[in-house]
Design a protein around this ligand. Structure first.
Ligand code: UD1
Length: 364
């Protein structure tokens, strides 16, 4: 029986893929986890595997950090030689990171059926590498699993056949629903002397916000103003760490990246999240926690229409005034997103099983 390869590259891929991996294995698939090594180390990789009780990857290409061309080309070469040996019956990728695109290109060229989890999201901002990664991956895929209605609309507009598109919900929220109780039991806010429902969590890692030191200083300066009234905790992504040393004075609590369990517990009891992450916009919607996103656009419009998320431009006064406004948003005014019910992985497994029966053991 041929194998199914589940590709993981960066931290969010682990969270999106975990429920699908478990569910496909239970259904009788010979599933192998391929880690490209784009993210590595405890905080961004092995701790998250442990948190989600995933077995170690079957192979790790250890491509590591570097330019986009370095990551994509290394990943393609290594994935191609692995696929030539393994001869899988199916490749599954998720999200929009460089590893997603690289492995999709390889699967497509080797004529291995390809599935994309989290299809159809569009920021319409070609300057984001994630946007090209998403578009190309979608156009290479044979089956496209969509998290929100905007995804279906975008894919149809781009001429992708509706037969390939399935609105299944959000596997990142499956992981959240499964893990939340454990996360809250850890009381991660205690370690930082924070009071539940009385602190702000900040995460930033987009190059436009953190690599450009002028922009990064502007955001920190806005946060410093807010900090006079509210506690702020900021778990720092490795990309962001590089410029953090240039920040002189701040009473913000800066911490190393947290593992998934601690981070989820921390945001679940926050009053507000300020971020530029895609996944956190979704997690805050599921948790009904207000979210302020420091970006010009979002590929996840459902977070806006359900009233959890607001976009803000790089403007100090606007950031400060929006934070104050968002702190007054009531949980009950935030709506639930359709199909974000913790069962996306079941829908995905049912569809895969139906279309690729040969890849599953006959369970009597
Ligand atoms: C990548 C994704 C981004 C995603 C993010 C999630 C791309 C183009 N970007 O961004 O879409 O939202 O992951 O976190 O694929 N580093 C470490 N340890 C690691 C990984 C990275 O120290 O395990 C440092 C390195 O100095 C590296 C920098 O972080 O140069 C950036 O890492 P990289 O994988 O290039 O992109 P991210 O910013 O993490």
């Amino acid at each position: 029986m041929k194998s199914i390869l589940a590709v993981i590259g960066a931290r969010p891929n682990i969270i999106k893929m975990a429920p699908v991996i478990r569910s496909l294995k239970t259904a009788g698939a010979r599933l192998k986890i391929v880690h490209t090594g784009q993210h590595y180390g405890k905080a961004l990789s092995s701790d998250i595997f442990q948190n989600l009780q995933l077995p170690k990857p079957d192979i790790n290409f250890k491509i590591g950090s570097g330019s986009h061309a370095h990551q994509i080309s290394e990943c393609m070469k290594k994935f191609e030689s692995f696929c030539l040996k393994e001869k899988p019956g199916l490749v599954i990728v998720s999200g929009d990171v460089n590893s997603t695109l690289a492995c999709s290109l390889v699967a497509s060229r080797l004529e291995i059926p390809l599935i994309h989890i989290e299809s159809g999201l569009r920021s319409f901002d070609p300057s984001m590498p994630e946007e090209t990664n998403r578009i190309l991956t979608d156009h290479l895929s044979n089956l496209l699993f969509v998290t929100e209605a905007s995804g279906i609309k975008n894919l149809k507009k781009e001429g992708i056949s509706t037969k390939k598109i399935h609105f299944v919900g959000n596997t990142m929220i499956d992981s959240l629903k499964e893990t939340l109780k454990k996360s809250l039991a850890l009381k991660p806010w205690k370690k930082f002397n924070l009071t539940p429902n009385n602190y702000i969590v900040v995460t930033l890692h987009r190059p436009s916000n953190v690599d450009n030191i002028k922009n990064f200083k502007l955001i920190i300066s806005a946060l410093n103003t807010v900090q006079k009234k509210y506690d702020i905790i900021f778990p720092v992504h490795p990309r962001t760490q590089k410029n953090l040393v240039k920040i002189k004075k701040s009473k913000i609590i800066f911490s190393p990246p947290l593992d998934y369990l601690h981070f989820l517990g921390l945001i679940a009891k926050a009053s507000l999240i300020v971020t530029d992450s895609g996944g956190i916009q979704e997690e805050t919607l599921a948790l009904k926690i207000p979210c302020l996103t420091i970006r010009e656009n979002t590929e996840r419009p459902i977070t806006i229409t359900c009233n959890s998320n607001t976009l803000v431009k790089l403007n100090k006064n606007k950031i400060i005034s929006q934070i104050k406004k968002k702190l007054n948003v009531k949980k009950r005014t935030i709506a639930a997103a359709p199909k974000w019910d913790g069962r996306a992985h079941q829908r995905i497994t049912r569809i895969i099983k139906l279309k690729f029966q040969d890849l599953f053991k006959k369970i009597r």
